[in-house]
Design a protein around this ligand. Structure first.
Ligand SMILES: Cc1cc2nc3c(=O)[nH]c(=O)nc-3n(C[C@H](O)[C@H](O)[C@H](O)COP(=O)(O)OP(=O)(O)OC[C@H]3O[C@@H](n4cnc5c(N)ncnc54)[C@H](O)[C@@H]3O)c2cc1C
Length: 369
């Protein structure tokens, strides 16, 4: 381990690994420290939807950020494969937001105004997915939304960063960050390093370090449980989505049924009740789902902030401490744009002002109550 890095990134989930990748691509000397193994915490529980449309009303700032991140994957899938040899499981096909009632359809009004979204009636949905529930009245077909496999994407970011010169340290916990002259001393369980910049990409797990560096904000976990299944017979072509539950087909033949939303639960176990809810939900969208075989179950903690938007930017008083946490339900989708934005902060490049304002770490103070 060297004694000094230009940038130390704390956390090796998808956000930290994307940041390391974009920095290494710009030839910045970067060291990333992960207390566990790369991509094994919240990132490993994600379904991997790149649902820019399905998670937003299409009008807010987060939508333009999400859309730019989603589009970045178009090039990244090849770029990362060429460098790392890891296939990130990029899959097109779109998302069908199913409608079972008039109220469901009403909720899709603004989504249906988007140019890349079209309304399909019952028969059209059935043509696309022959096994769909007879209770479905129609669907908003989001043509542009796609998916990736989160663990492979995270590992691919990390390996590509390594190939471009980044140092990646696993099983290495950062327990303290102190000021040392113009630099920071980053204290890890395997020794200390100095850095000009420190980036907190600690997911939901950074509250202790936040306090140490004088940040008042806290990340709150929203636990999500999911079922990973496989089936030989009927291959789903499109992601199905209804009321925050979904079935996502993957390029490896498996499907993810997700996900529960349990606030303020720091545990990572999967409950029988959670599995029951997911099975019922999957059956209501696709009755034949009951024939599928369980591969494994998974739970993860979505890192949520007070307003649901991530923190991406500098510490209010310490410009060279940066934060990239709180990506809640969309960290896989937002990883490329976040990595690029943190890189632009460090290199002093021009940035989209709306994004900078919307994701500022101290935005709560400037909110009108
Ligand atoms: C069930 C479920 C489904 C989801 N589905 C989707 C989806 O379809 N699409 C989507 O875009 N998003 C989805 N998400 C959200 C997405 O998983 C998260 O937003 C994303 O993984 C957050 O990434 P992260 O890197 O911030 O956090 P993490 O993956 O948790 O990574 C943070 C890392 O920091 C490390 N760390 C923390 N503190 C320290 C320290 N002091 N020293 C060293 N290392 C440290 C941790 O060990 C951890 O590995 C889903 C989440 C869940 C739970």
């Amino acid at each position: 381990m060297k004694q000094h890095y230009e940038v130390v990134v704390i956390g090796g989930g998808i956000i930290g690994c994307s940041i390391a990748y974009y920095l290494a691509k710009e030839k910045v000397d970067v060291g990333l420290f992960e207390r566990d193994r790369i991509g094994t915490k919240t990132t490993s529980a994600a379904a991997g939807m790149l649902g820019a449309h399905s998670e937003s009303n299409g009008e807010d700032t987060i939508f333009s950020f999400a859309r730019s991140s989603q589009q970045a994957y178009n090039e990244l899938k090849d770029e990362l494969y060429t460098l790392s040899g890891i296939d990130i499981g990029y899959r097109e096909g779109g998302i069908l937001k199913l409608v079972f009632s008039d109220a469901d359809k009403y909720r899709l009004t603004s989504l249906l105004k988007q140019p890349t979204v079209k309304w399909l009636d019952k028969e059209e949905v059935k043509k696309m997915e022959p096994m769909i529930s007879p209770n479905v009245l129609g669907a908003a077909y989001i043509m542009d939304d796609m998916s990736v496999m989160p663990v492979q994407t995270c590992e691919s970011f990390a390996n590509s960063a390594r190939i471009l010169g980044a140092s990646i340290f696993e099983n290495n916990d950062v327990y303290k960050v102190e000021e040392k002259g113009d630099n920071y001393l980053v204290r890890t369980t395997k020794g200390d390093v100095e850095a000009s910049y420190v980036v907190f990409a600690t997911g939901v797990y950074g509250n202790g370090l936040f306090k140490q560096i004088g940040l008042d904000e806290e990340l709150v976990p929203v636990k999500g449980e999911s079922l990973i299944v496989h089936n030989e017979k009927h291959a789903l072509k499109h992601t199905l989505f209804h009321e925050s539950c979904y079935i996502v087909p993957r390029t490896n033949g498996k499907l993810v049924i997700g996900a529960t939303m349990i606030e303020n639960d720091w545990g990572d176990s999967v409950s029988l009740d959670g599995i029951k809810v997911l099975i019922e939900k999957a059956k209501s969208m696709l009755p034949s789902a009951i024939e599928w075989k369980i591969d494994h179950v998974k739970a993860g903690l979505r890192p949520s902030t007070f307003d649901g938007n991530p923190f991406i930017g500098s510490h209010p008083e310490k410009e060279k401490i940066l934060v990239a946490c709180g990506h809640y339900r969309n960290g896989i989708l937002l990883a490329p744009a976040t990595g690029k934005m943190i890189c632009d902060f460090i290199l002093g490049k021009k940035m989209n002002r709306e994004w900078v304002e919307a994701f500022r770490v101290d935005r709560r103070q400037s909110m009108v109550i």
